[in-house]
Design a protein around this ligand. Structure first.
Ligand SMILES: Cc1cc2nc3c(=O)[nH]c(=O)nc-3n(C[C@H](O)[C@H](O)[C@H](O)COP(=O)(O)O)c2cc1C
Length: 191
């Protein structure tokens, strides 16, 4: 299906699929999932999630990101050990290591992959899969395990899989506490 945005046309795959949440529903229902069913994700679904990362914005469109997708059980176990023994990493169908390339973007190589990774988290939520950001890991151990070159930065890991829990939403600050109107500390009055 093609949608028209200004004078440009973009091919849209996602809207052809049934049972997909719209973006705001995905944002609202996403949770950090720390219990997974040990079930694989079909490749077509996994690749839709990857596509969401590929289409993410990046400074200067340099796309200073690479992603290593781990599905092998032994390797997932080793990743778990490199990530403070957060055991749910081993149960998830896949664990993605998001990698930034400083040569591709000196200033944004850590931030851009994180934007792409959140695209993945939301696409996964839209398709009914759980994810969890993992920032607690031994970067050198992950690099060794996945044969990632020394100059690269591993910015985060993300397990993806079918959720085996339904956590309540975690608390968030009020909108008026974090959004200011025109000037610092002038609260935005929520509608
Ligand atoms: C950069 C980053 C690193 C995180 N690292 C971990 C982690 O190592 N382990 C973990 O269980 N959760 C981790 N989280 C998940 C947060 O704890 C979680 O997003 C937060 O408590 C809000 O819960 P929610 O995602 O369910 O809304 C991380 C989140 C972010 C954004």
């Amino acid at each position: 299906m093609y949608v028209k945005a200004n004078k440009f046309q973009c091919k849209v795959h996602f809207t052809e699929e049934k049972n997909i949440l719209d973006v705001f529903e995905a944002i609202k229902t996403r949770r950090s999932i720390r219990k997974y069913l040990q079930e694989p994700i079909p490749d077509d679904k996994l690749e839709m999630i990857f596509e969401a990362a590929r289409l993410a914005p990046s400074a200067g469109n340099h796309q200073p990101w690479r992603f290593v997708v781990v599905q092998d059980a032994n390797r997932k176990k080793a990743l778990t050990a490199a990530a403070n023994s957060q055991t749910f990493l081993s149960d998830a169908a896949a664990v993605v290591a998001a990698v930034g390339d400083p040569e591709a973007s000196a200033r944004w190589h850590e931030k851009d992959p994180m934007i792409a990774l959140e695209h993945m988290a939301l696409a996964a939520a839209a398709l009914g899969y759980g994810t969890c950001w993992i920032g607690a890991f031994d970067e050198d151990a992950v690099k060794r395990l996945l044969k990632i070159p020394a100059r690269m930065r591993v910015v985060a890991l993300m397990p993806i899989g079918l959720s085996n829990e339904a956590p309540d939403p975690r608390p968030r600050k009020e909108l008026s506490e974090i959004f200011f109107k025109e000037e610092w500390q002038t609260p935005w009055r929520a509608l």
